[in-house]
Design a protein around this ligand. Sequence first.
Ligand code: HEM
Length: 414
Amino acid sequence: MLSQQMRWFLVVAVGALVLAAWTGVLMRFGMVDGFPTWAQNFGAMRHAHSHLMYFGWVTLALFALIWADLPRHTGRSLPRGVGVQMALTAVMAFLSFPAFWANGYGLTAIGSVRLPLGSMAATFNGLTWFIFVALYVQATRGLAVRPLAVQLWDWALALLLLAALGAVGLVALVITRVEQPFLQQLFLHQFLDLFAVGWFGLALLGVMWSYIGAPTRGWLPTFSLALLLAPTFLLGVPPTLLPTTLFWVAAPANAGAAFLLGWHGLQLWRQRAMLPNLLWLAGGGLGIVLAAAALLLWPGVWQEYAGGQMRIFYLHVLLLMWVSTALLGSLEARCLPGSRQMRWINWLWTAGVLVMIGALLGLGLALPPGLPQVAWLRAAAWGSLGVAIGASLFWLALLRGAATAPQRSPYASD
Ligand code: HEM
């Protein structure tokens, strides 16, 4: 059972999903019908959208779910300071939205000074993650047995720290004003891609195993999965900039990581009776991610499809269809079990995600020949509307649930 405090942080996290999703809808309809005068910097808007999704939605929700379940695995109370850390993480995540909206990672003039507001926001967010890691180490230090979920969270946090080094590199490039496209892309993808596949992927598996309970027999990968995931961010660097040798480090590691993720997927499937409804859609997203990892080994596929619309398609299969859907399903199972209205909200979310993802695939492959691209763009926009409305209704249901849930102390064992 969740403490009242963690319920409220989950309400804030889903609030971030709602704001970032409506920003996505604005961009999707803007691409078809044009942008309003107050939203003209598309690149900055895209950064505001993606960073709020990363920092405010997925990271805050994962932090809250880890804090909610950790006492059950450790048998200890949460350390003092968790509430302050969560409040700081939430505030910094929301501040990143206007900071990136102003000028993305570029410089913004404030009076007579020009400040890198986006980089500053990313740095302050990173500092709150370091506080989380320090409190997590304190909470789990010296455990005689580290359960599967805790092992997955350990490695997820190791990859979060590795990803944060990419943000440090980006900030260093801005401060030193070095214009080096390869390093800029390397650091950007070390930060964003490793954050997504490493931190999100492993922490989410931990949350799911924590909810249904680790299987009593058989082996499930933790460290080996983290090790193989670490170099996969190189595949995000544009093919024109990445040396071939680095591609041949990243692509087989990616296929190996996909195999191990598939192993987790198979074991989760065996326990499907205990999984919430939305996890069927999430499982479909994971399946596409695994298939893409195998396809990338085919000569020329990565070079042909790594950039442009296929990258946007892949990112949203990974982040929307797999990670966000599985996370929403986990929240629903914990906070709104047996709620009848959730059936309609799930339906809207599922339909929106499938239409949006299907349209992005059509756009990326430019199929069927002769169909104007604007038709796919319009379909993606209408699909995104379903996702944003579904997320907003989910937020309202969660808010109502948090307001009526019984009071519990966050520092007592769950
Ligand atoms: C309602 C759901 C969503 C909509 C409508 C949406 C829309 C968009 C749009 C329009 C773009 C720019 C595409 C382009 O440049 O052609 C974009 C990029 C992106 N989105 Fe989303 N998105 C959604 C959900 C998500 C989620 C859940 C995440 C992460 C958890 C996410 C992360 C990203 C990232 C990382 C990028 C690329 C940013 C960059 O390259 O600078 N999106 N999204």
